[in-house]
Every structure is written in C-alpha cells, then in structure tokens.
Design a protein around this ligand. Structure first.
Ligand code: PLP
Length: 355
C-alpha cells in the first residue's frame, strides 16, 4: 500500500514532560485516513494533519451507529525502539467486528502498515515517563448520506493517536466496582463481542449511576439470568480463587480482550490452573465469605491490569485484600508492561517494532 503523506505546516507544541497526560485528551499532529466505496474497495490511504473531518448530517453513522473501533498502544523502549504489543490480535479482532456489523474488512498487512506509518510520523509524541504510552485509536465510520437501515456503501477508516498516562486516576490503586443488576450490556447473539460504540452507549446510564454512588466502573452480569459475571466497562475480569485463576469464558457477549488473552497465557506459563468458565456472583461472594477469594483484577489495553478492591452487589459490599494490590496482579502488571517496554522477553511475536 502506498500511503501519501502530507505533513502539517503548523505543528502543535509537544506536551510538557511533567504533563499528567489525562487519558484521551491530547491528540498528535497527524492522522491516517483511507476511504471505501463499494466497487472500488479501500483506497486513497493518506496521512494528513490532524483536524476536523467533514460529513453530511445524513451520514449513516450518526443515525444507525455503524461504526467500529480498536485500541492499542505504542511504547518507547529504554533503547529507543518503538514497540507495538500484539497488533495482529487487534487487527484480527477488528475484522471480526467488521464482519459482525457489515463493514468491509481491511487487509491485515495494510492495517499494520497504516499503524506503523502513522506512529512513525508522530514518533516524537510517544511519551517516555513510566506508565505512559501513545494510545492508538483506529476506527471506521459509515458515511453514506442516507436515511434508511442497510449497510453503508462508503466508509472512512481513520487512525488517531493520543499520548496517555494511566487510564484510572487511581493508577495501580484498587478500583471500586458496582455490580449492575438492573441494566444489561449485551446478550449472546448481539454485538457484545464486537468492539463497537453501541455497546458503550448501552452502558452509560449504569455508569452514571455507579459514579454518583462513588464507584469508578460497572461490572456486567449476563443479560438473561443476571447471575453470571461477564466483564467490566472496558476491561475483562479475573479472580484468583483457592490458587486458581478464574475468568468468565468467551460466550458471545464478552469482548475478547488482547490483555485477557495475554494474562491467560502468562498465568498458564507460570503453572497456575486457569479456568475459563461461568462464574456466578453468588459463587464469588461465597468465596469471599469463606476466605478463598484471593485476588480480583481487570485487564485491558488502557489500564493494563487494574486491581479491584471493592465490589458492591445490591446491598452487599465486598472488600478484597483490604484494598491493596495482590501479588499475582502485581506480577502480571510488571510482566505485561515489561514485555511492552522491551525489558522482558515475551512469547514469540508479542512485540512488533515500528521502524
Ligand atoms: C477493548 C475492550 C476490552 C479490553 O480489550 P483489550 O484488547 O485487552 O484492550 C474489554 N472490554 C470491552 C468492552 C472493550 O471494549
């Protein structure tokens, strides 16, 4: 793929080294754009100055939500190399999402090339302080100017970049999570396993409710019985119970996280029994009561590993480890971030260098 590059003539100042880089608030100088049209395919890949895009108010994405997104990060290694973490997994998931919501797939090599070139153009924006990285947000929107429900015939694929610090202001301090028993996020057969905005809009009302009660995230239960644990806002969830690592199995309504997959692989490598299965809230609260619930943490690209210190379910409150981070959560965080920063050798193919 031949990507045309138009550099900005008006670069923005880079953030100050001591800027806290509040997640998702600062964008770099450039963005990648590529268009799709039925009959023509994906075409006109280009890197242009970051800025506004123009769409008709009738563009289908505004009315029927045909859009998808991905999220991954670029890291600056100690030796100056720029590393991506398992981008092939994000690209594979992107095309799974595309198939589910009738967006044309993107050639995986072109997708990776687009990520590599845009990161390379804005490489000066990759922050270097511990815990920081360059967040990469690829997304696709349906752009046909048309009111009526059908897949669009035109799309834009865009990649924007954002230098980020920790996702939660708490950092590695345990978060408080609200178990939602009123609303549901997704059901089997729906779009829960696709990374698309529709899942997030479905979650807003509970998130507001949870925030008002002093909780930072919502934990979703299954949409049918509201008994089994699914996942947290933008994270998959793990428990350590009686020495075993337990996480909800991918059942069609859970987002298959790359960090989830990586944690399972590492825990297995370290010899922990890992169970991907249904786990009810009842079982979890019983494990807490009989003292076998050892740790609880969320996994996701944005937060990496986020220890959970406090869960609320109806009127019951569960305090885990007196609010501190557990040893396995800490080891996972150190190992995953160590691999991402090129300090620890991970499994074959987990890091990809941007030249
Ligand atoms: C992106 C996302 C995750 C985490 O996936 P990673 O690939 O680990 O970043 C978990 N749940 C939801 C709903 C997500 O959108």
């Amino acid at each position: 793929m031949n990507i045309r590059i138009e550099k900005t003539t008006n670069p923005k100042p880079l953030p100050d080294k001591d800027d806290p880089l509040v997640f998702g608030t600062i964008f770099t100088d450039h963005m990648f754009i590529m268009n799709y049209e039925t009959g023509k395919g994906w075409h006109d890949p280009r890197i242009v100055p970051y800025g506004e895009i123009s769409l008709e108010p009738s563009a289908m994405v505004f009315h029927y939500g045909q859009e998808m997104f991905e999220g991954l990060k670029a890291y600056k290694a100690d030796d100056g190399r720029i590393l991506l973490f398992r981008p092939d997994k994000n690209i594979e998931r992107a095309n799974n999402t595309n198939r589910r919501i009738c967006i044309p797939e993107i050639d995986p090599d072109d997708f990776l090339q687009a990520i590599q070139e845009i990161v390379s153009v804005d490489r000066a924006w990759i922050p270097e302080k511990p815990g920081t990285s360059l967040y990469i947000r690829p997304f696709i929107i349906a752009t046909d100017p048309f009111l009526g429900v059908r897949p669009s015939d035109t799309y834009m694929f865009i990649i924007i970049l954002s230098p980020v610090g920790p996702y939660y202001p708490e950092g590695l301090d345990p978060v408080k999570i609200w178990i939602e028993d009123e609303y549901v996020r997704a059901v089997k057969g729906g779009i829960g396993e696709a990374k698309t905005g529709g899942n997030y809009v479905a979650s807003l009302a509970s998130q507001v409710k949870a925030h008002d009660e002093g909780y930072s995230q919502v934990l979703w239960l299954d949409g049918v019985e509201r008994k089994y644990i699914e996942e947290v806002g933008a994270m998959n969830i793990f428990f350590k119970i009686s020495g075993k690592v337990v996480t909800p199995m991918l059942n069609g309504s859970i987002l298959p996280g790359v960090t989830r997959n990586s944690c399972i692989a590492l825990c297995k490598e370290w010899g922990y029994p890992v169970e991907e299965r249904r786990i009810s809230v009842q079982e979890l609260f019983e494990a807490a009561e009989n003292g076998t619930l050892e740790e609880c943490w969320g996994t996701g690209t944005a937060a990496v590993i986020s220890p959970v210190g406090h869960l609320r379910w109806e009127e019951k409150v569960l305090q885990i480890r007196d609010g501190g981070i557990g040893p396995l959560s800490q080891k996972l965080y150190d190992t995953v971030t160590g691999i991402q920063l090129g300090r620890i050798e991970g499994p074959e193919g987990w890091v990809v260098e941007v030249k």
